[in-house]
Design a protein around this ligand. Structure first.
Ligand code: SF4
Length: 455
């Protein structure tokens, strides 16, 4: 490990049990370290992209738009405007003379052609450098077209990916509070931080409907502008990917008094706990309302039915995978907590875990739930990951598109748990898919022909 770890990175890696926990995180990536992290602009794109009836226009060179084109496997039950990639394609002359006129023309043409419910305009590095006034152009076009046109201040260089999440939350916060809240039940919630990868939000919505709870807005998987505009009418914000949308929940709590709870939909334990937490929230809020008892009863029945069905189906995978080793490197660390528990459920051992955007609180929690000797890493790079995987003798690596080649080159199984995936891994049904996918990759006969590279 020491051989590949740059001196300046040493305090962003911790091995549980070796010394007292003191991991440094949430700082800009080290120049030259080739971080696995995406830029600020990409951070805002991944959050806003699934809003399906909005126009998403990238103001910048074409490369920024290509980099984030169709960036998630986020499905829509209706419009699919989000899947198109629009860019102002800034050229040398625009950089010299400014790109505002081009942006205005692009917005007017695209809004006329696609009739979106709103438009998001993303700022990129070069726009931050030349200083185009996005706010003014958006205001002008909004007045002319009659739809919200919202600047997303996501210049790529202005921080790390978390700053992009903040820019996305700021953009959505402009919409919230502008819609009509008539007809919203007192037993209602918004789903924050689920991006409907492979249709996961539909599964979760179905659980809530079975509990008797109304879902007001999906933020942002299969999202709609009108729902986001009335999201302030919901009784509760349920936040899954806390790194990306907790800030929005905090802003809503401050302005509209909407309380928030943090949940995870991955693994049996966390999925069940999420549903019970919500049922308990309404019981506490309306202790004398008999409907809250009915919500709790329906929740218990739902969880029991799902767990009874799932546990025997997991058993063959648990037997086959028991004792195998796993490594996790994901965008947000909250997902990593659930993955550690999900691996435990199938008797696998997590030996390395890291994230791009974890906070100190997140890493402390990871330290608490992992086994001694586990490597915990913030903002890693390919060289470090490569070294940890070999050193720990990992059988399966869980990550995203940038981690996949690292695993395959080492002859290690891989499970895609990031935003490009096409397999639903959330919810009770997702836990079975997860076990199947890990099993298929670890046990694949292909590894007979691609020997694992040892440390
Ligand atoms: S915004 Fe900047 S860092 Fe991000 S993709 Fe564009 S040029 Fe690259």
């Amino acid at each position: 490990m020491g051989a590949v770890l740059l001196k300046e990175r040493e305090n962003q890696v911790h091995v549980k049990g070796e010394k007292p926990f003191n991991l440094v995180c949430n700082k800009d990536s080290l120049a030259g370290a080739v971080s696995q992290r995406a830029c600020v602009f990409c951070g805002s794109r991944v959050v806003l992209y699934p809003i399906a009836d909005a126009l998403h226009l990238v103001h910048g060179p074409i490369g920024c738009a290509v980099y984030t084109w169709d960036i998630r496997g986020a499905l829509s039950s209706g419009p699919e405007l989000h899947r198109l990639s629009f860019s102002t394609d800034l050229q040398e002359m625009d950089v010299i003379f400014g790109g505002e006129k081009k942006l205005r023309r692009a917005l007017l043409e695209l809004i006329a052609r696609h009739s979106p419910k709103a438009a998001f305009v993303y700022s990129t590095c070069i726009v931050g450098i030349i200083g185009d006034d996005l706010e003014a152009v958006c205001k002008d076009v909004a007045a002319e077209t009659g739809i919200p046109v919202i600047p997303v201040q996501s210049e790529g260089f202005k921080g790390n990916k978390r700053a992009g999440y903040q820019a996305a939350c700021d953009a959505m916060f402009r919409l919230i509070g502008t819609g009509d809240t008539a007809g919203i039940s007192k037993f209602s919630l918004n789903i924050l931080g689920d991006f409907n990868l492979a249709g996961e939000i539909w599964m979760v919505r179905e659980y809530y409907e079975r509990m008797g709870i109304q879902v007001v807005a999906n933020i942002t998987g299969d999202g709609r502008i009108a729902d986001i505009c009335r999201a302030h009418g919901a009784a509760l914000n349920v936040v899954q990917c806390s790194g990306s949308t907790m800030q929005l929940a905090k802003m809503m709590e401050e302005k509209y008094g909407t309380p928030a709870i943090r949940v995870s939909y991955f693994g049996i334990e966390d999925m069940s706990e999420a549903l019970y937490d919500i049922a308990r929230f309404f019981k506490k809020k309306y202790p004398d309302d008999p409907e809250t008892d009915r919500i709790m009863e329906r929740t218990k029945a739902l969880v029991q039915e799902k767990v009874r069905d799932l546990v025997p189906k997991l058993e063959p995978y648990r037997k086959a995978l028991a004792g195998k080793k796993a490594a996790i490197y994901v965008g947000g660390s909250f997902k990593a907590f659930s993955l550690v528990k999900a691996f435990r459920l199938i008797d696998m051992q997590v030996v390395m875990v890291g994230s791009q955007t974890g906070t100190e609180e997140d890493y402390r929690e990871l330290e608490a739930i992992t086994d001694p000797g586990t490597v915990i890493v913030d903002d890693a790079n390919p060289l470090e990951l490569n070294s940890f995987l070999k050193e720990k003798g990992v059988d399966v690596f869980v990550g995203g598109v940038k981690e996949r080649p690292i695993a395959y080159k080492l002859g290690i199984g891989f499970c895609d748990h990031n935003h490009e995936r096409k397999e639903a891994l959330a919810g009770f049904e997702g836990m079975l898919n997860f076990a199947k996918e890990v099993y298929s990759s670890v046990m694949s006969p292909v590894w007979r022909f691609v020997p694992r590279k040892a440390a």
